[in-house]
Write a protein of this length. Sequence first.
Length: 172
Amino acid sequence: MNPAARLRGRLNKQAGQTAENIVEIQLRGMGIEVEQIETGWRVMRRPRADGNGTQIVGATPMAKVLGDIFGVQPPSGRAVLVESKHDDNDRLSLSDLKEHQRTNLLRWHRAGALCFVAWVRFEPAVEVCFIHFPSVTDEWRKGSPLPIERARQLNRASRAALTNAPPPGPRT
């Protein structure tokens, strides 16, 4: 991998981690008990050319994780699952979520959890839009990316659901 690609990858990873931290802080501010879900990594090494030990040549995730943040909403005890996405563009695309992320959000939603995509933008100022997972898929079914203006509208309803969620019931 060339140095420019490696640097871009490192910067994207840092931006993603910063976005997750911001989402976690906001969820805690809404009274949600949260835990970030860490990804285990398999480190690849090779012997050093000089024969002195090994050097790291890469790393791959050991497994696909449930989501970025898992929480519990007191006092109901309802599960909360959040997948955070950092994108400074004016639109969020379905392709920004990987297949296993969509599958997990839908599976947990059907089981009664509150599931959200948290869209974090750093430009022009820090902004977090919580978008209830089934709502965002309804938008994407219309065939175009979710514009920031619509995300802001969905954010208001999503934040209300996070702070005043009804007890869990059957999901379709």
